[in-house]
Ligand binder design. Structure first.
Ligand code: FE2
Length: 193
C-alpha cells in the first residue's frame, strides 16, 4: 500500500512539470492564393518565403485534397504561415465577429519606422488606417489579399507603464468577468489625445 501511495505521489509530481513556452513557432491562416500571398508579403512588407510544404493528399485520411503550406519570415525567427486549399469552398470570415477584431500584429522598431511603413504601403496602393494611439504603442491597420487584417505596431510606453499594466491585468479581468464593462484600472492609457 505504501508503495502504491509513493508511486501515485511520484506520478502526480511528474504531471506537475512546468511547461515553458519559448516563443511562437508559427501561426497559420488560410489564404486565397499561395503565389499571390508570397508576392504580396514580399512586395508590401519585405517578408521572405522561408519554405513551402505541399501534398496532393491529406496525410491522415489519404483523401485527395492538394494543399500548399507556405512559411514567411516575420523577423527574429518568427514565422507566419498560410494554407491554400483549392478544393475547399471559398474562404470566408466569422460573420458574427466585427472585421476589426481578428488580426495579426507585427512589430516595427519605432514610430519613425511605423510612419515610414505607412507611407510605403500607401505608395504601394494599400489602404491604411492610422496611426492609432493605444497609450503604450501606436498602430496602423490594413488588409492582406485574403482579407486578413494586419497591424503594424511600434511600442512607445515606458517600462514603468508596462509594469503598471501588468500589475492590474488580473484585477481587470476579474472585474470584467462580472460587469462586462471596461474596468478603469488603466484608464490613463486613453488620456493621450
Ligand atoms: Fe492589435
Amino acid at each position: 500500500m505504501l508503495l502504491y501511495i509513493k508511486l501515485c505521489q511520484y506520478l502526480h509530481k511528474k504531471e506537475l512539470v512546468m511547461i515553458k513556452i519559448e516563443k511562437v513557432h508559427h501561426v497559420a491562416y488560410r489564404c486565397k492564393d499561395a503565389k499571390e500571398t508570397v508576392q504580396w508579403y514580399k512586395d508590401k512588407l519585405n517578408m521572405d518565403l522561408v519554405l513551402a510544404i505541399a501534398e496532393d493528399e491529406v496525410p491522415s485520411t489519404k483523401a485527395p485534397d492538394p494543399y500548399m503550406h507556405i512559411f514567411l519570415d516575420a523577423g527574429m525567427g518568427n514565422v507566419l504561415a498560410f494554407f491554400e486549399l483549392p478544393n475547399s469552398d471559398d474562404m470566408d470570415r466569422d460573420q458574427n465577429t466585427p472585421a476589426w477584431v481578428q488580426h495579426l500584429a507585427l512589430k516595427v522598431a519605432d514610430v519613425d519606422a511605423l510612419v515610414a511603413a505607412k507611407n510605403s504601403l500607401v505608395e504601394n496602393g494599400v489602404d491604411v488606417l492610422g496611426p492609432v494611439h493605444h497609450g503604450v504603442f501606436k498602430s496602423i491597420y490594413f488588409f492582406d489579399p485574403s482579407g486578413h487584417r494586419l497591424e503594424l505596431a511600434a511600442d512607445i510606453g515606458t517600462s514603468e507603464q508596462y509594469q503598471q499594466l501588468n500589475e492590474v491585468a488580473h484585477a481587470m479581468i476579474d472585474e470584467w468577468a462580472i460587469t462586462k464593462r471596461a474596468p478603469k484600472h488603466a484608464a490613463w492609457l486613453h488620456d493621450h489625445d
